[in-house]
Design a protein around this ligand. Structure first.
Ligand code: PGA
Length: 249
């Protein structure tokens, strides 16, 4: 049985003060009735302060990105070790905004996944098709390609530390959620691919999150699907009351 996971990806939103205020409210609500595993991904500048605000609770802290090297002359970048030191235990890798707006290709994402593991961070590995790819019937081929390339040299031992997030690009920030059936079909495809590559035990233990216009209204329908183990929430995770409603699903 996989424990459900709700992760909030704040993207480039919230000051340190806003982030801490959110974390304090979330903690009070969550500690009173612990439900699914909860992860929040504030911007880099707020990580340390949020880590402090959630210390001793079960809420986990995630970064939104990291560099694929341990250290060095990479102006403006952040390493896995730095994120660990700031209190992160997870990191989002391969988000479609990183792929499309920042030109991150599969081989770079693969290096990021492997360096995250080496730093002791749990990757939330994002994959998903564009609208054009869906309309041309290429969804499964694209998902398979992203899995194959992203998981190069990733072992069965490693995959136990992963979460995968299926995020159809056409559903991110658009208000167009995939229907529970559409999402389930791709989640099942992902789990079957993992089972073939790493064995059924790894596949059965892998949390596969859905992301793309998740709201308090649609989360229950998505989570009712057998292969949907959680949500990666963007817009609706920014308001603490909305996020608490999603967790309480
Ligand atoms: P959204 O974003 O919930 O605003 O669609 C999801 C994501 O980008 O992870």
């Amino acid at each position: 049985m996989i424990r459900p996971v709700i992760a909030g990806n704040w993207k480039m939103n919230k000051t340190v003060a806003e982030s801490v205020a959110f974390a304090v409210r979330l903690r009070a609500a969550y500690d009173a009735s612990p439900g699914p595993e909860v992860i929040i991904a504030p911007p880099f500048t707020a990580l340390q302060a949020v880590a402090e605000a959630i210390r001793g609770s079960f809420i986990r802290l995630s970064a939104q990105n990291l560099h694929e090297s341990e250290k060095g002359a990479y102006t403006g970048e952040i390493s896995g070790g730095m994120l660990r030191e700031a209190g992160c235990t997870c990191v989002i890798i391969g988000h479609s905004e990183r792929r499309t707006l920042f030109g991150e290709a599969d081989d770079r994402i693969n290096r990021k996944l492997r360096i995250a593991l080496a730093a002791g961070l749990k990757p939330i590995f994002c994959i998903g098709e564009s609208l054009q790819q869906r309309e041309q019937g290429e969804t499964e081929a694209l998902i398979e390609h992203q899995l194959k390339e992203g998981l190069k040299n990733v072992t069965a031992d490693d995959i136990r530390h992963f979460m995968i997030a299926y995020e159809p690009v056409w559903a991110i920030g658009t208000g167009k959620t995939a229907s529970p059936e559409q999402a389930e079909k791709v989640h099942r495809f992902i789990r079957e691919w993992i089972a073939r590559r790493y064995g059924p035990e790894c596949a059965a233990a892998l949390a596969i999150l859905y992301g793309g216009s998740v709201t308090p209204e649609n989360i229950a329908g998505l989570m009712a699907q057998p292969d949907i183990n959680g949500g990666l929430v963007g817009g609706a995770s920014l308001d603490v009351d909305s996020f608490i409603r999603i967790i309480g699903c």
